[in-house]
Ligand binder design. Structure first.
Ligand SMILES: Nc1ncnc2c1ncn2[C@@H]1O[C@H](COP(=O)(O)OP(=O)(O)OP(=O)(O)O)[C@@H](O)[C@H]1O
Ligand SMILES: [Mg+2]
Length: 374
């Protein structure tokens, strides 16, 4: 794969279901104002997305909005009706069977929602299954699979049968099975949605821990806004087969494009997205020379503020916000945090102002966040 190109580029992608989708697509493309194609179901409509290498892109949307269809177009488990998909600059939309098989085993791994483990096979053989199909000898593939199991925290369980594992453990096996193929891209379709909330959060942290060293390009489908905010470098929100907003979790939480997105993100804990740069005071009366001397904790402008809430609420000193070039950007104190939050609260008699935190109408979320902050 060419590392200078986006890992995945989706250009003008359409998927129509019906008796003659191609003809229906031509008609639809000729008339941009058309709401649909008669006799056909438009599952995806003019999707354009570019996903950078090493990033996690979350696809979020209501049931039936086209998330799985979009994900499955990326590895061509679903064939698009129109548009192009490029993987590392290489067009896969027209790839033949042999080339597709090669791309799937070398470039794109997939983790399914319901584990999809083979019940009669041991855990290690389940994980090694893709390597077996690729023709790797037994000893070698089992050694690799054992390593992948260790990576996901399942050491010494190689010979167990899937039925003897808990849901969380089975999902780890599913993850190991995708990781063992060592593909630069991972597609994950609601992989944690069958898990109970605590295990689910544990798996999210596990994925982030793995991602810190593996640096894969991940496309992750979820219904859950908090999961999206925890995992996503970018989030794309689908509605009826169209992307209604794409941006960083912060953009989406703080500036939802419309009511659909607003409803989706109102449950997101604002501290999952709020960064030091947004709640600092730039003119805190601190000279660059002084802050360097002081015993202050330094944070990056893009660092989340959440890990420092205890420190800020116990008046244990300010945080110095440092730019990428190492220069001083501003100071976060309990007061600056409250000021930034308060500027964006919209109780019935107060309109949000624009301040360090860009305009949000998430009054309730912000008010709750503020209560927790004080
Ligand atoms: N083979 C098919 N024939 C006709 N319609 C289909 C087919 N496959 C999917 N669809 C329709 O396409 C739409 C999008 O389906 P998709 O599975 O992508 O939704 P989703 O966003 O993943 O939903 P969920 O959150 O429930 O998994 C749905 O309305 C579905 O009924
Ligand atoms: Mg789905």
């Amino acid at each position: 794969m060419d590392a200078s190109k986006p890992a995945i580029e989706i250009k003008g992608l359409y998927k129509l279901y019906g008796h003659s989708p191609q003809t229906a697509l031509d008609t639809l493309r000729d008339d941009p104002s058309a709401t649909g194609a008669p006799g056909h179901f438009v599952a995806l409509r003019n999707i354009n997305l570019s996903i950078e290498p090493g990033k996690i892109c979350v696809i979020m949307g209501l049931s039936g909005s086209g998330k799985s269809t979009l994900l499955r177009c990326i590895n061509r488990l679903v064939d698009p009706t129109g548009g192009r998909i490029l993987i590392g600059g290489r067009e896969i939309t027209g790839a033949g069977k042999k080339e597709l098989r090669q791309i799937r085993s070398n470039s794109i791994g997939m983790v399914f929602q319901h584990f999809a483990l083979l019940p009669h096979m041991s855990v290690v053989d389940n994980v090694a299954f893709g390597l077996r199909i690729a023709g790797m000898p037994r000893k070698e593939r089992r050694a690799k699979a054992s390593k992948a199991l260790e990576l996901v925290g399942l050491k010494d369980l190689d010979n167990r049968k899937p039925s003897s594992l808990s849901g969380g453990m089975r999902q780890r096996v599913g993850l190991a099975r995708a990781l063992v193929m060592d593909t630069p891209i991972l597609l994950m379709d609601e992989p944690f949605s069958a898990l109970d909330p605590l295990i689910r959060e544990e798996m999210q942290q596990e994925l982030l821990r793995l991602q810190a060293t593996l640096n894969k390009t991940i496309v992750f489908v979820t219904h859950d806004p908090n999961e999206a905010a925890t995992l996503g470098d970018r989030i794309a929100i689908l509605l009826k087969g169209e992307v209604v907003q794409e941006g960083s979790p912060m953009d989406i939480v703080l500036s939802p494009a419309n009511d659909y997105v607003r409803n989706f993100v109102k449950g997101i804990d604002v501290f999952k997205v709020l960064t030091a740069g947004q709640v600092m005071e730039a003119d805190a009366g601190f000279q660059a020379a002084e802050w360097k001397k002081q015993d202050v904790v330094k944070v990056g402008a893009d660092d989340l503020i959440a890990p420092y809430l205890d420190r800020l609420s116990s008046n244990s000193g300010p945080l110095a916000v440092v730019r990428n070039d190492g220069s001083f950007a501003g100071l976060v104190t309990g007061a600056s945090l409250l000021k930034a939050l308060a500027a964006n609260i919209s109780p019935p008699n107060r309109k949000p102002q624009s301040a360090a935190v860009a305009g949000t109408s998430g009054g309730k979320g912000m008010a709750e966040a503020m209560q927790r902050a004080v």
